[in-house]
Design a protein around this ligand. Sequence first.
Ligand SMILES: *Cc1c(COP(=O)(O)O)cnc(C)c1O
Ligand SMILES: [Zn+2]
Length: 394
Amino acid sequence: MSAESLKCASCGAEHELGLVYFCRKCQGTLDVSYDHGGVSFARMLAAAEAGIWKYRDVLPVGPDAEPVTMREGDTPLLSAKRLGEVLGVPRLYLKNETVNPTLSFKDRPLSVALTKAREFGTERIVVASTGNTAVSASAYSARAGMSCCVYVPAGTPREKTALIALCGAEVRAVPGTFSDAYETALRDVQDNGAFNVTSTFLNPYACEGDKTVSYEIFRDLGDVPDWIVVPVGAGPLLVYAYKGFVELKQAGLIDRLPRMVAVQAEGCSPIARAYGEGQAEVKPWLEPRTIATGVADPLATYPRDGTRTLAVVRRSNGYALSVGEQDILAYVRLLAEREAILAEPAAALSVAAVDRMARMGLLEPSHRVVSIITGHGLKDVEALLSPADAQEAE
Ligand SMILES: *Cc1c(COP(=O)(O)O)cnc(C)c1O
Ligand SMILES: [Zn+2]
C-alpha cells in the first residue's frame, strides 16, 4: 500500500490512517498522503480491468482489500460537436458521469469509502447528503451488507429518497439545509464507531475516489485538457480531480495542469461569490434557494471547505462563476437536444458555465474543455418540468 498517513490540509500535521475526520491540532480537514515509489501510472492506465479499481495502488486501501464495487467509473468522454457548435467551443468534451451504477459520479468516492469501511471493520454507515451521495451510500452499503443511515435536508427530490429507502437504508429528513443534515450526521457518529461518508472534505478516503475521473480524462483524451468545468457544492470533486492531475505530473506523464472551473447556482453560490469579490476566504451562504439541489451546500459551519476549493481554483489559474436560477433549465434542455444526455439541474451547470465563459472570451478555439456532467436528470424529474410542462402533465 502506498497510502502513508493523513495530512491536515490547513496546518500539515500528520495523523495515522484511522477513523479520524479532523486535524487534532487545528480542526482542519485531512487528506491522504502517499509514497508513490514503486507505483506505475503507465501500467495502471494501460490495464484492461474495467472501472476505478485498476487504480487501487493510488487509492487508500490495503493490498488485500476486497473492493465493494458495482463497476463504477470508465464513463465515456464524449466529443460534443453539436453542443460545441452552438456554444462556439469547437473542442468541447462531456465526461458523462450519469452512466455510473447509481447515476452520478458519487459512486466513485462511495465505492472507496465502503471498501475502507470493510477494512476498518465498521458495520454502520452514516451520511449527510443533498441526495446523490446518500443514494450511492445506501447502494454500496447494501452491496457490502452494512446498515446505512441517511440524513437529507427536507426538500430532497423524492426520486432520490425512494432509491435510498429501496436499498434498505434508513432515511431521516432534517429540517433546514444540507448544513443542518451535516451537523446531525456528525453528532450521530460521535464515539459510536460508525463511518461518516458525508461528501464535503469530511471523509478523506471517500474523496480519493474522485481522483479516478482525472486518470480517465487523461487516458481518453491522450492529453491534459485546458479547462475542466465542475459543478461544486463544497467542491471535493474539483479539488480531487485536480489532485489526480498533480499525481500524473509528479509521475512524469504530463507537464502541465488543467485550469479548474467551479460553477454554482446563483441561489447558493458562496464559492463563486468569494471568487468574484477577490476574497481569500469563503463565507457561509445565508439563505440557499436553488433548483440545483445537488450542489445546494451553504457551508454554514464549515466555510473552510469552500476556501479549500477556492484555493485550488486560484492555484490552477481557473475561474469561478454562478448561473442565474431562471437559466438553468434551458441548459438541461440544450444538453438533451444537442447531445441526448439528460442531466439533473446541478449537472447542467457545467454546460451553462461553458456558454458564459465562451461569451466572455475566456475560451480560445484551440482550448480543449471538459465539462463534467455529474448526475442524471431522472433523479429529479419534477425539476425538469418547467411550470408550463408541469401544468400540461397534471
Ligand atoms: C455532489 C454533486 C456535485 C458536486 O459536489 P461536491 O460535493 O462539491 O464535489 C455536483 N453535481 C451533482 C449532481 C452532485 O450530486
Ligand atoms: Zn491542522
